[in-house]
Design a protein around this ligand. Structure first.
Ligand code: NAP
Length: 516
């Protein structure tokens, strides 16, 4: 049995009690145990602040970028091992594990190249500046330097590699050391990633710590130069952002929470057209990928009333191709849910949806999985609901069922109505819109653009290059308003902002301009 360790204050810590068991979701076999009992959280913070911070801040952006590129390559060199571990630890298929692991190395290398692009400097400037006085002699400009604390990262269970790496890439490039805390149920993959990074010796001592298990009193110890970035459920996010010490000390807190993402089929999309095909492919994938355990998965499908039957039939046919089961079985295309409580939550969520919508595909219940013993494994097959009136389907807009579950919601075809429906979700990470009518799209964005952190516009002209709405690319902002947490990560250099203090510079232009 594997005992996961924490790496704090420059050394590995193995707990001796307080263990929580980790299970293989496909067999329910106990495979590892986790505990952070005995970790000195004060010392961990101090070590990261006093060793990791200065080490990173002494490097230029280009040098940090080189180190991050090395980290990406080191993880990639262990790709097969990480994929296999992910399949076992998270119950996901190899393809879904790649989405996580390759997403991690891809995001790291994106930020590595961004560091190279920013170059041999330690201050980040924002724009060219502007004249403040009668002439251009008195000049104003904005600049940022790294915060002199620690970036604490708390991640969700569904992306143990990407969640760790995408946050760390931004913090390291900005110049902040990281203490990462993976979700307990899938912590093994993150622990292994951390081991690889630490053994590589590519980053300054103290730049990476990992806590496997509870964070104890760590968060109440954070100060004004520290940062907390959280990904997980809205409930936990709200609890963490209300910790009195964080409020008193104005610790920046970024929350990436759950989201009832929407997809909208605009009117005028012909059945059989490229846009129609893209819509069906994307939506089917967004419901089934990672067994629906994706913060960007499509939970609500808005379809013009006269297209509901065709969409229901086509989606049902697409979903019927999923083979649910143990990812080590070659026939399987969709893995298990990560934990017994996720399975229970999915079953209860479907029962709640059934009070406002008709179940038109799937059972909303546990199923046996291919390649796993009968009765064992947290398997759940795709399930589709259909409401008759989107305004009355309250549960569909309020309850995130974190499994391959989605609801068809008919609307009258107008952009205003579609966006009124999107808004009922209270704020989403991503909304995808499929259509080729520019005027319709213009109205949709003007009336409902404020409800989503990202819009994915599926149309015939980009269909062959489209990557799907579920992919959080490092070039574009990830985060959303309201229910989605109100946070923002990624988006190229925008993602560095959380980890840097911005200040305005006002002075003699030559002096201001000559700063590097
Ligand atoms: P969760 O139960 O809220 O847990 C998230 C993280 O918070 C875990 O690491 C958990 O650790 C930790 N945590 C819980 N209570 C804590 C406390 N009092 N102090 C410190 N840490 C605490 O969420 P989850 O079940 O792992 O993830 C699923 C949810 O995440 C879904 O709702 C999904 O939509 C959301 N999600 C959002 C995004 C996004 O980018 N917006 C991405 C992925 C997932 P333990 O595991 O040890 O309890």
């Amino acid at each position: 049995m594997q005992t996961l360790r924490s790496f704090v204050a420059g050394g590995w810590h193995t707990a001796t009690d307080g263990f929580v068991p980790l299970h293989d979701p496909s067999t329910e076999e106990e495979i590892a145990r986790v505990s952070s009992v005995g970790v000195d959280f004060g010392e961990s913070l101090q070590f990261a602040r006093e060793r990791g911070g200065p080490g990173l801040r002494s490097m230029s952006f280009a040098e940090r970028g080189e180190a991050i590129l090395g980290v990406s390559k080191a993880l990639h060199a262990h790709r097969d091992e990480l994929l296999e571990l992910s399949m076992r630890d998270s119950g996901v298929t190899r393809k879904d594990a790649k989405f996580d692991v390759d997403g991690a190395t891809g995001t790291l290398s994106y930020y590595a190249y961004l560091g190279r692009e920013i170059g041999d400097r330690r201050i980040l400037f924002d724009g060219e500046g502007t004249a403040l006085g009668r002439s251009a002699k008195f000049w104003g400009r904005h600049a940022s330097v790294p915060r002199q604390g620690v970036a604490v990262h708390i991640n969700a269970f569904n992306f143990p590699a990407w969640g760790f790496a995408e946050k760390a890439a931004q913090a390291w490039l900005a110049g902040m050391p990281v203490i990462t805390k993976p979700a307990t149920s899938t912590a093994w993959v993150t622990e292994r990633c951390a081991e690889i990074v630490i053994e590589s010796g590519l980053l300054p001592v103290g730049a990476l710590s990992i806590i496997c298990g509870s964070t104890g009193d760590l968060l109440t110890r954070l100060g004004p130069q520290d940062v907390l970035a959280f990904t997980g459920s809205a409930d936990t996010g709200n609890r963490l952002r209300s910790i009195p010490q964080l409020i008193e000390r104005s610790v920046p807190v970024n929350i990436e929470a759950d989201s009832l993402n929407a997809t909208v089929l605009a009117p005028g999309v012909e059945e059989g057209s490229e846009t129609w095909g893209l819509f069906l492919r994307d939506v089917t994938r967004e419901i089934t990928q990672k067994s629906g355990q994706k913060c960007t998965a499509v939970r609500r499908i808005f379809v013009p009333k006269d297209r509901v039957e065709a969409v229901r039939d086509a989606l049902s046919e697409g979903l019927s191709n999923s083979v649910v089961g143990n990812p080590f079985d070659a026939s399987v295309t969709m893995g298990a849910l990560a934990t017994a409580s996720q399975l229970q939550d999915a079953i209860e969520g479907c029962a709640a949806l059934e009070t406002v919508a008709k179940r038109v595909y799937g059972t909303g219940a546990r199923v046996d999985g291919a390649g796993s013993p009968a009765g064992k494994g947290w398997f759940f097959a795709p399930t589709l609901f259909e409401a008759s009136d989107f305004r009355e389907a309250t549960v569909a807009h309020e309850r995130e069922v974190f499994a391959s579950v989605s609801t068809l919601l008919p609307y009258d075809g107008s952009a205003e109505e579609a966006m009124a429906g999107v808004a009922l979700g209270g704020g989403t990470l991503v909304t995808s819109i499929y259509g080729n009518d520019e005027a319709w799209l213009q109205t949709a964005l003007e009336t409902g653009g404020c409800w989503s952190g990202r819009f994915y516009l599926g149309s015939e002209k980009m269909a062959e290059q489209a990557l799907g709405s579920g992919l959080a690319l490092p070039q574009c902002q990830h985060g959303g308003p309201g229910r989605a947490g109100g946070g923002a990560e990624l988006g190229a250099d925008r993602g560095l902002g959380l980890y840097m203090q911005k200040f305005a510079l006002q002075g003699y232009r030559k002096l201001v301009d000559e700063l590097k």
